[in-house]
Design a protein. Structure first.
Ligand SMILES: Nc1ncnc2c1ncn2[C@@H]1O[C@H](COP(=O)(O)OP(=O)(O)O)[C@@H](O)[C@H]1O
Ligand SMILES: [Mg+2]
Length: 234
């Protein structure tokens, strides 16, 4: 469904963040993207979600190319939740994309309430997003992305800063959804819980890929990429 071919990306300062990445995501497939800080996970997700123009290589969604195609099918949550919470209240933030796509404010709010409830955060509806805790903000951005009903979820460290209960709710949601999920995370235990397959990035290249949990039992591979064995594989 979504295919990344020989993707290379150089930041304006000359830093090569991606060096020939190939990745194929099938319908409904859940893939973990792991790797040490700076390995290129966020840069790759930003490409997949159409936030960056491709410099070299190709990304297609059902055979079609272009950042606009990706933007309309892939929902991205950023690593930093502050980058995307712009409205005066949580409910307005989550219903924003629904209203923008032509839904009445009433229906949009109703649908947004349902999404908030599914994530266990109905009580945040009237709060101003910028006053929430880091973990609450993260859940709200997640709700905002779900509202636009994308076919692919590109999630950048979605459980960073969440308490165990909220983390579990996100994991349960991701296990149950039939959307395709590309999950950049340092939480290898969550990756095993949610994903069938993982790709390990190192210095902008795919160092290893394979099925979970098997791939994460390989201490040599993890060590070479600056990662540690997940708790359940120790
Ligand atoms: N705006 C930027 N300008 C220059 N280099 C950047 C920029 N953003 C990220 N990088 C560099 O690109 C590499 C990959 O970064 P990133 O994709 O954020 O990695 P990860 O998400 O795996 O931590 C890192 O070496 C990082 O320092
Ligand atoms: Mg990152």
């Amino acid at each position: 469904m979504l295919e990344v071919e020989s993707l290379c990306y150089k930041y304006p300062d000359g830093h090569e963040a991606l060096r020939g990445v190939n990745l194929r995501v099938n319908e409904g497939e859940k893939i973990a993207l792991v790797g040490a800080n700076g390995s290129g996970k966020s840069t790759l997700l930003l490409h997949i979600a159409g936030a960056f123009d491709v410099q070299e290589g190709r990304i297609t969604f059902r055979g079609r190319e272009g950042a606009d195609v990706l933007r309309s099918h892939v929902g991205l949550t950023f690593q930093n939740a502050d980058d995307e919470l712009l409205m005066p209240s949580v409910i307005e933030d989550v219903s924003f994309s629904l209203i923008a796509s032509g839904m009445s404010a009433h229906s949009a709010h109703e649908q947004a309430q349902n999404i908030l409830a599914s994530l266990g955060i109905s009580h945040l509806a009237s709060r101003p997003p910028h006053k929430l805790s880091g973990g609450e903000k993260r859940l709200v951005t997640f709700a905002g992305v779900l509202a636009s009903n994308p076919e692919v979820l590109a999630l950048d460290e979605p459980t960073a800063g969440l308490d165990p209960k909220a983390r579990r709710r996100v994991i349960n949601f991701l296990r149950e959804t039939d959307k395709a999920v590309i999950l950049a995370t340092h939480d290898l235990d969550m990756a095993i819980d949610v994903c069938e397959r993982a790709v390990i990035l190192r210095e902008g290249e795919i160092y290893a890929e394979g099925l979970l949990p098997e791939l994460f039992t390989d201490k040599n591979i993890l060590e070479a990429c600056g990662l540690e064995l997940p708790l359940r594989c120790q």
